[in-house]
Design a protein around this ligand. Sequence first.
Ligand code: 4NP
Length: 155
Amino acid sequence: MQKILFVCLGNICRSPLGEGIMLHFIEEKNLHHSLQVDSAGTAGYHINEAPDHRTIANAKKNGVDISKLRARKFSAEDFDAFDKIYVMDDSNYKDVLCLAKNTSHKNKVDYLLNVLHPNQNKHVPDPYYGNENDFEEVFQLVYKACEKILEDITP
Ligand code: 4NP
């Protein structure tokens, strides 16, 4: 069982997409026994809220329902609960690593887009102040990364 956590700032735009897209694949490919996913935010502004309505609408347009997900804050316990922690940008990376207690924790953390572009630390840009195109761009980036994660897990 591989346990994957997606992390962004608010847990209402980018990381819920990681969780929702992976849940979509888990359902589609019946991977319930091999893969577990979740998402969290480094900030607590939106705890218990549904994802941003623009993210929900864009994901729906792309065939993924994320409307039932609820935001939570990343915590130090997540290092033990998950095998891999994917962050979206430098600020998430810094905030998550601040809570790591050892090298094993640190080694679990990586930029999501490094699954596609190893070691480049590319960002999934924050769409919060953006427009519809920005939300679509984020969806496509996260979707491609999730496809790659899946490919690596189930060759
Ligand atoms: P996310 O986007 O980190 O992808 O969920 C944001 C959501 C909310 C805020 C910033 C980014 N905010 O400032 O409330």
